[in-house]
Design a protein around this ligand. Structure first.
Ligand code: ATP
Ligand code: MG
Length: 436
């Protein structure tokens, strides 16, 4: 029975009292992305497993250990998406979007699934906001995407995030770098974990991203990719940095960032915080000039990022970022008796049509219990309809905070609720002006 009332490990419910935070963060991120020219794209929650093997890369942790993969009833291998980029790229190719005006800019909000060890900031189902640009290999594009992420964090009031930047070069520089890495790690062969020993031949860069403490320690002194990148990649990296400098956007070059997915080339970046424990990477992204062609599309460059919404909300809490106030119920119209209950129902409906949150009794409660509920909801105004009110067509409307009452005709109720709402807004604006 416990299984019936226990969500699977590593999943999280967003409760009614918190969902407004999600709506705020997601809405704001999407809105800022719109100003940068991104339009939302929605793709399926699952794809053919092959898509992730090819794009994320079959020597990565994600593909080797973390994917939710199963055979469907038609015997197809299906995988719940572990990240957003692969599905976006697939959809862009399949729908011919890359034959239209370039650059193509898309944004997304997705749930992702990874079979990881659940811990603070690490879930099995988590959520990402992300964006992708296809068709431009200019460093201006990298800087634009990074600046947009910075703008989102700034607007949300997230402080003390560090932008860490690196370039992991193109396939040509990668070949030279792989050779140097192989030589270095081969000397530590016996100490590496089993997975990394396998990776040594196929993809030694993956060892740099291994979470095992021993591999991590060995990786610290490994050759640094920035010493191996070619002139073109180096100039590209300088171009990105020059534009971030021009915006006055601080960053640190961290030559150890390689990112956990195989498709990255040239620029890679992370936004990192020290405020939420070990899982401090709130956003990760980079350029992936080979990905579109790798999955069978045209030879077009791309760049993108994804931020984890759970980690973002955590860091917002940690640094005291403010959320807009949760909207309160404007009025509760209580009632005594059936006729009054019908009238309350009709009035509430009118108010809702005008855009107000209004409530009346749907539990068949007595008037005392109705008012108790109105209080719990935090309704701003309330009134009670009985025979007298029905006869006079007027009700005593009480301000639940000050206790003040006003006699209001039913016909004037909408105007009255409107004025009360304006008064609350004006007061809150005045308060922010006094204590900004
Ligand atoms: P990490 O190094 O923490 O495992 P990652 O490199 O695997 O992160 P990405 O694939 O770049 O992460 O995903 C982008 C963002 O998604 C991360 O920066 C993080 O905010 C979030 N994220 C990734 N995996 C998880 C998870 N298991 N639970 C919650 N958020 C996650
Ligand atoms: Mg990971």
């Amino acid at each position: 029975m416990a299984l019936l009332t226990q969500a699977p490990k590593g999943t999280q419910d967003v409760l009614p009292r918190d969902s407004y935070k999600w709506q705020y963060v997601e809405g704001l991120a999407m809105e800022i992305a719109r100003l940068y020219g991104f339009q939302e794209m929605r793709v399926p929650t699952f794809e053919h497993t092959e898509l992730f093997n090819r794009s994320v890369g079959d020597t990565t942790d994600v593909v080797q250990k973390e994917m939710y993969t199963f055979l469907d009833k038609g015997n197809r291998s299906i995988t719940l998406r572990p990240e957003g980029t692969a599905g976006m790229a697939r959809a862009a190719v399949q729908n011919g979007l890359l034959n239209e005006a370039l650059p193509l800019k898309v944004s997304y909000l997705v749930s992702c699934f990874r079979y990881e060890k659940p811990q603070a900031g690490r879930l099995r189902e988590f959520h990402q906001f992300g964006a992708e640009v296809y068709g431009s290999d200019s460093p201006a594009c990298d800087a634009e995407v990074i600046a947009m992420v910075g703008e989102i964090f700034d607007t949300l009031g997230v402080r003390d995030l560090r932008l860490e930047l690196n370039s992991i070069g193109c396939p040509e520089c990668r070949a030279r770098y792989h050779k140097a890495l192989k030589e270095y790690f081969a000397a530590h062969m016996d100490e590496l974990c089993d997975t990394c020993r396998e990776r040594l031949e196929k993809n030694p860069m993956r060892i740099l991203d291994c979470k095992s403490p021993v591999c991590h320690k060995i990786a610290k002194d490994a050759p640094k990719v920035l010493d191996y990148i070619c002139e073109g990649c180096s100039a590209h990296f300088e171009g990105v940095k020059a534009r971030l400098d021009a915006l006055g956007m601080p960053y640190v070059v961290n030559p150890t960032i390689v990112r956990g997915l195989d498709y990255y080339t040239k620029t890679v970046f992370e936004f990192v915080t020290d405020q939420i424990g070990a899982q401090g990477t709130v956003c990760g992204g980079g350029r992936y000039d080979g990905l579109i062609a790798e999955i069978g599309g045209p030879k077009l460059p791309g760049i993108g990022f994804a931020m984890g919404i759970e980690r973002l909300l955590k860091v917002m809490d940690a640094c005291g970022a403010e959320f807009p106030e949760q909207p309160a119920c404007a009025i509760y119209i209580g009632s005594i008796g059936e006729a009054a209950s019908v009238k309350a129902f009709a009035l509430v409906n009118e108010l809702r049509e005008e855009g107000f949150w209004a409530e009346c009794d749907t539990m068949g409660r007595g008037v005392k219990a109705q008012m108790k509920y109105a209080d719990k909801l935090g309704c701003r105004l309330s009134c009670i309809l009985g025979d007298n009110e029905l006869e006079s067509g007027r009700a005593n409307v009480k301000n639940m905070r000050t206790g003040e009452t006003h006699e209001v005709a039913f016909d004037d109720l909408i105007d009255f609720v409107y004025d009360a709402q304006v008064a609350v807004l004006t007061e809150s604006i005045r308060e922010t002006e006094i204590n900004p």
